[in-house]
Design a protein around this ligand. Structure first.
Ligand code: GAL
Length: 635
């Protein structure tokens, strides 16, 4: 399959007279895909049951006639005013019990039965009309589930649905009381009808209650998406996707992705650096115009797994955005670098958001490939450069990486529910290890927590995965790979209780976490030989060989055979040592990379990326600022 480019277009924002020219310019630029429709409900159905298809028929025809393939979005992220008037209680409710309002987007609660049926109706209408349209070559459901903090809703609809969900899980309320430990603080229930949502309590609610609500909230997203997918599929053979986001963990993307052919995500490297990466102030300055060197890569690898191998970037930042604390312009060359980086991680397509900057409404200051006056913006020329380079580039390819890293959304919720100290978060832990492998030049596959087949991996890591089913433990123990666990791996049972024997209770590893402490950021514990425990320190007891120790001689990581349990969250220097130790044992080649340089192997090429604002020298030669080197690999 060829690597392709595309863009996001809103014909309803522009006069009809310029559509042909827009379409011709997109095709001339070398774009293949154009995503449309995802916010256009008020123009498709201006009043209940009154459809205006003419403009959308026309737009699809114009784009298709220019040789473009259309990705058609369902418009359910933006219910028009009349839908909200019809269901005045369809809004999500925040943790303080306040309903959210109309006037932007994503203003619905996943549990609202009326809105679900309204969504199914509009999706049915659109899928029936365009399901066999030759120009509609892919679909997108809704837009960015989870954006603007919209997964968790404390609405009446959610409360009723949650009770049903609990009923079907636990069968009878005595079993729920027992599983959750409701005897503590006399929290026992006599009936499922008494169970509320875990907000507005006097102090913290029972973690088992909160974790159940988090799982339920995720399931609501999965069910909502599947309802759309089932309808589209009945009318169309084109692949279906959803555009996920960066560092959104409120729903299980693997479960949503299981129902669709392709995963896509929206990559805004400069926006993320300011607002989601967690970079130091020094790195925020250094990478201000380039973005974090690992954050996009992490999500490329994550969504490749969510898409079961098939994934795109549906929205690629083309210039300054409007929504981060500061919104600098990318360094010249970065739009090209980001595009190639996605291809290096196996993307089938990269689509730029958006075609033309809108002179009205919320995103006036968000760049497009074109300025509002239709003159090409700087990002346009970089897209053009990539389009030319793609002409003789190899096809999409991915080779299994030597390292597999499990990412588990359920664990992310567990850490949220019980962080045991400020700033502890599962994503940050896994990302810290991911970055350490990347600093060593190692390519990584992110794996679903349901993976049981680890053939071909030399190292598999499952940090912080608080619930680990026995068959996963067994599969890892039998995998033949170096297995890295901890901190907090297998630390809870399914109902958020500490198991006895104490965690991790691992086959063939005589280690128990006897106690744990979290540390203030200004009191790291030095590790003998270099690096430090940053903030999370488990005291380990047991027989095996200790691989790292604190200066004071307490074990930091213990190992038996090929299984290593590391009970601490290390700083970069310590995680670098851990990675060095594991890669040496596993026989994986590492590279000595300058800061900000990253490498990624596909089946056919090795890519070198310079994320620095200055030139560097590396093993592949001179790399200019924002430079990319592609080397053919002979395996
Ligand atoms: C995404 C969203 C787009 C647009 C973009 C701006 O989150 O899907 O519709 O708002 O951000 O950066």
């Amino acid at each position: 399959m060829k690597r392709t480019l595309g863009t996001c277009y809103y014909p309803e924002h522009w006069p009809r007279q310029i559509w042909e020219e827009d379409a011709a310019r997109m095709a001339a630029l070398g774009l293949t895909w154009v995503r449309i429709g995802e916010f256009a409900w008020s123009r498709i159905e201006p009043a209940e049951g009154q459809f205006d298809w003419a403009w959308l028929d026309d737009a699809i025809e114009v784009l298709g006639a220019a040789g473009l393939k259309v990705v058609l979005g369902t418009p359910t992220a933006t219910p028009p005013r009349w839908v909200c008037d019809k269901y005045s209680d369809m809004f999500a409710v925040d943790v303080d019990g306040k309903p959210r309002g109309f006037g932007s987007r994503r203003h619905y609660c996943f549990s609202h039965a009326g809105y679900l049926s309204e969504s199914k109706r509009i999706v049915e209408e659109i899928a029936r009309r365009y399901g066999r349209n030759p120009h509609v070559a892919a679909w997108q459901t809704d837009n960015e589930y989870g954006c603007h903090d919209t997964v968790i809703s404390y609405s009446d609809a959610a409360r009723l649905a949650f009770r049903d969900w609990l009923h079907s899980r636990y069968g009878d309320v005595a079993a729920l009381n027992e599983a959750w430990g409701n005897v503590f603080w006399s929290m026992e229930y006599d009936d499922f009808e008494q169970i509320g949502l875990p907000n507005l309590t006097v102090t913290e609610p029972n973690p088992a209650h909160v974790q159940a609500f988090r799982r339920f909230s995720s399931d609501q997203v999965v069910a909502y998406n599947k309802a759309q997918v089932d309808i589209i599929r009945a009318h169309s053979d084109a692949p279906i996707s959803h555009n996920y986001m960066g560092r959104i963990t409120e729903f299980d993307h693997f479960a949503v992705g299981a129902d669709m052919e392709i995963a896509t995500w929206d990559s805004y490297p400069l926006g993320f650096l300011e607002d989601r990466v967690g970079a130091t102030p020094e790195d925020q300055r250094h990478f201000a115009r380039q973005g974090d060197p690992d954050f996009q890569a992490f999500h490329h690898d994550l969504y490749r797994a969510v898409g079961k191998g098939r994934w795109w970037v549906m929205e690629q930042q083309p210039g300054p955005v409007n929504w981060a604390p500061y919104n600098p312009a990318p360094l010249p060359g970065m739009v090209r670098l980001w595009t190639w980086e996605a291809f290096a991680h196996g993307a089938e397509a990269v689509c730029y958001f958006r075609w033309r900057q809108a002179p009205f409404a919320q995103e006036q200051l968000h760049a497009g490939l074109l300025r509002p006056d239709s003159i090409a913006a700087p990002g346009y020329f970089e897209a053009e450069e990539v389009a030319e380079e793609l002409a003789d580039a190899p096809d999409v390819s991915h080779a299994q990486a030597p390292v597999g890293l499990i990412f588990d959304y359920d664990a992310a919720w567990s850490w949220d529910v019980q962080p045991q100290g400020e700033g502890f978060d599962y994503f940050a832990l896994v990302f810290d290890l991911y970055r350490a492998f990347r600093r060593a030049g190692v390519s990584i596959d992110i794996l679903s927590p349901h993976e049981r087949q680890f053939d071909g991996y030399k190292i598999v890591a499952a940090l912080g995965m608080m619930v680990m089913p026995d068959d996963l433990k067994r599969a890892l123990a039998d995998s033949g790979a170096e297995v890295l666990l901890g901190p907090r791996s297998a630390a809870r049972d399914q109902d958020f209780n500490i198991p006895v024997p104490l965690p991790p209770a691992w086959p063939e590893l005589d280690v128990a976490v006897s106690r744990l402490e979290t540390l203030r950021p200004d009191m790291p514990i030095p590790v003998a030989g270099g690096g430090a425990i940053k903030n999370w320190f488990e005291h380990l007891e047991g027989g095996p060989e200790s691989v790292f120790e604190t200066d004071a001689g307490m074990p930091v990581a213990l190992r038996s055979g090929k299984t290593t349990y590391c009970g601490s969250w290390g700083d970069d220097a310590f995680f670098d040592r851990l990675v060095k130790d594991l890669t040496q044992r596993a026989g994986i080649d590492v590279l000595n990379l300058p800061k900000g340089v990253r490498v990624r192997d596909t089946g056919t090429e090795r890519f070198w990326f310079n994320h620095n604002p200055h030139d560097v020298k590396c093993d592949a030669g001179d790399l200019p600022a924002a430079g990319v080197i592609r080397e053919a690999l002979t395996r």
